[in-house]
Design a protein around this ligand. Structure first.
Ligand code: ATP
Ligand code: MG
Length: 566
């Protein structure tokens, strides 16, 4: 099934309006802007996660829908935390999600010289000063929400002295933290961000792109809006926590000779149940070894989701379904899971695999004989065709599909009971074989040779249909089942996020058995194991030693978590 392009999806969802799309539409109609320019501005200090996907789909989606362009801009102003690995991963993940910035790849670090010149411009205008106060003193002097800030002794330095000191900061004459450049705005402002915010700090650290050319770096607030202006971004979209920064954003644009006047608009951050979407926390999980890496399939990173088998289409569809609210909320994990299942149900071929095998011997089936049966690849898609599966005297079924003493409403195998083996025959359990410890190790059954294909000629009904694999040609595999990383919908709500980690988030099954065609599944392809869920080959999979990840079960896994274990 060919993947739809984001542009087609966007066209299909044109009725999906929200306050941002309305705003853009209005700006175009009023001619405030003539074409739309957006940007996705990640800081390369970690991998992208599902929250970023919301921002990517919004920014790139708007550009597509309104015939504009979207830039990828690295907000690389803090060399201490930024790495080339993250830059590469971010590009890979944006592409994977289905978006392309074309030639519009930018870096805040490209603008360091221009930003520096603008800082001098503010100094000359008497709107910025070098402050020598120690960090904690400066913090104490900022005041509180109820108390105004106090001026530092350096606030009224003359322009010449400020220029000289700032240039010497740039020249590397002072150690880290010795001085900062601050905007001179209003120490009594109700908005703390206007109380003479820091614009530049000294940081003797090599930068992945500018090397050791700089030892002063602009703060987020000084770099972001000015970068938007340089790129002539028309709509600077960010999450709600930046709402309080908007007056500063506007102040800087107003007082600098920038080539354009971008506008910032905020939207709600994506928060997802049972999931953490904070780069700081995700970094911690990687560093502490709670996960195997940024692409651990339990991580909400795009790299983790991809490895787990979640299709990019499902991520985009999920973002479309949740919409662009203005208020923060926690989205139910089930919504994400539904989007994944909806997509995979359409796109995944069906196969059979037994995760926890139990041997089943058919006593009246001739020794050494093999029958070839036809199995459909997709129940709703005849074009997907069918394949041949082999059936023999010894097969394996799922251990869970047998109960020696059947519970109420358990209709699958038990002594004396007849069931259907999918695509094959009706079999009846005649005898249960146990080992010395009393564990069931084999079922002895008989089959009805007239029921080939799964139906008896006399039309008698059976209550259950089981999947199976043939002992003669099944291939052994490792299968990894994932649960949520956390065992509560709001991890960390009690203060300690590590206390909420789900100790059973990974279950490894080493003795699974697959039907032989599963050896041919390529990486990146997801198949449905009938009755079990959707699975894909893991990066660790090798020819002859397959490893499969469960992308998602057929039903809500989170419901089990809520009920207190499965
Ligand atoms: P941290 O988690 O460390 O605060 P960040 O989320 O701010 O990092 P950035 O790389 O600065 O990471 O984010 C890039 C863009 O993605 C920003 O515009 C930010 O607003 C957006 N973004 C980040 N997290 C989310 C989220 N959970 N929902 C929606 N957008 C997000
Ligand atoms: Mg950020």
């Amino acid at each position: 099934m060919p993947a739809e392009t984001p542009a087609l999806e966007a066209a299909a969802s044109e009725t999906n309006r929200d306050f941002i799309r309305d705003l853009v539409q209005a700006d175009l109609e009023s001619r405030r802007v003539t074409s739309v320019v957006t940007r996705f501005p990640p800081e390369p200090n970690g991998y992208l996660h599902l929250g970023h996907a919301k921002s990517i789909c919004l920014n790139f989606g708007l550009a597509t829908e309104f015939g504009g362009i979207c830039h990828l801009r690295f907000d690389d102003t803090n060399p201490v935390k930024e790495e080339q690995e993250f830059i590469d991963a971010i590009k890979r993940d944006v592409h994977w999600l289905g978006f392309d910035w074309g030639e519009h790849l930018y870096h805040a670090s490209d603008y360091f010289e221009q930003l520096y010149q603008w800082a001098e411009h503010l100094i000359r205008a008497g709107l910025a000063y070098v402050d020598d106060s120690p960090v904690d003193e400066m913090r104490a002097m900022r005041g509180t929400l109820t108390e105004p800030g106090r001026a530092s002794a350096y606030r009224d330095r003359g322009v010449e002295e400020n220029l000289d000191l700032f240039r010497r900061m740039r020249a590397g004459e002072y150690p880290n933290g010795a001085r900062v450049l601050r905007a001179k705005i209003d120490l009594a402002a109700g908005n703390m961000n206007l109380r003479d915010p820091v614009l530049y700090r000294i940081l003797h650290a090599a930068h992945p792109r500018t090397g050791t050319a700089w030892c002063i770096y602009p703060t987020y607030d000084f770099a972001h809006g000015q970068s938007d202006a340089i790129e002539k971004v028309t709509h600077s979209l960010c999450t709600l926590e930046f709402e309080d920064h908007r007056p500063l954003y506007d102040w800087l644009i107003e007082h600098l000779p920038v080539p354009a006047r971008p506008r910032q608009t905020e939207f709600a951050r994506l928060n997802l149940g049972y999931t953490v979407l904070s780069k700081r926390n995700l970094t911690d999980f990687v560093k502490r070894g709670i996960v195997t890496g940024w692409d651990d399939p339990r991580m909400p990173t795009l790299a983790g989701l991809r490895r787990r088998g979640v299709p990019a289409e499902a991520v985009r569809e999920f973002v479309r379904r949740i919409g662009m609210a203005r208020a923060n909320s926690i989205v139910d994990l089930a919504l994400f899971e539904h989007a994944i299942r909806d997509r995979l149900n359409q796109s995944s071929q069906r196969r059979m695999a037994v995760l926890r095998p139990l041997k089943l011997t058919i006593e009246n089936f001739p020794e050494g004989e093999v029958q070839e049966l036809s199995a459909v690849n997709h129940p709703d898609d005849p074009a997907a065709g069918s394949r041949t599966v082999r059936f023999g005297r010894e097969i394996y079924v799922e251990r869970d599909d047998f109960m020696e003493v059947p519970a109420k409403k358990f209709y699958r195998l038990s002594p004396g009971r007849e069931v259907r083996l999918r695509y094959a025959f009706l079999v009846t359990c005649r005898e249960v074989v146990k080992d010395a410890d009393g564990n069931v190790v084999e079922l002895r059954c008989t089959y009805d040779p007239a029921s080939r294909g799964g139906n008896a000629p006399d039309g008698r009904k059976v209550q259950a249909t089981l999947h199976w694999v043939c002992a003669a040609d099944a291939i052994p595999a490792e299968v990894r089942l994932y649960g949520t990383l956390f065992n509560r919908p709001d991890p960390g709500a009690d203060g300690d996020i590590f206390a909420d980690i789900n100790p059973e988030s990974l279950e490894v099954l080493r003795g699974a058995l697959l039907e032989p065609s599963l050896a041919d599944v390529s990486s990146g392809e997801v198949v449905q194991f009938e009755r079990q869920g959707y699975f894909c080959p893991d990066l660790d999979s090798r020819p002859g030693a397959p490893v499969f990840n469960r992308t998602i079960g057929l039903r809500d896994t989170w419901a089990k978590v809520q009920a207190g274990g499965g």
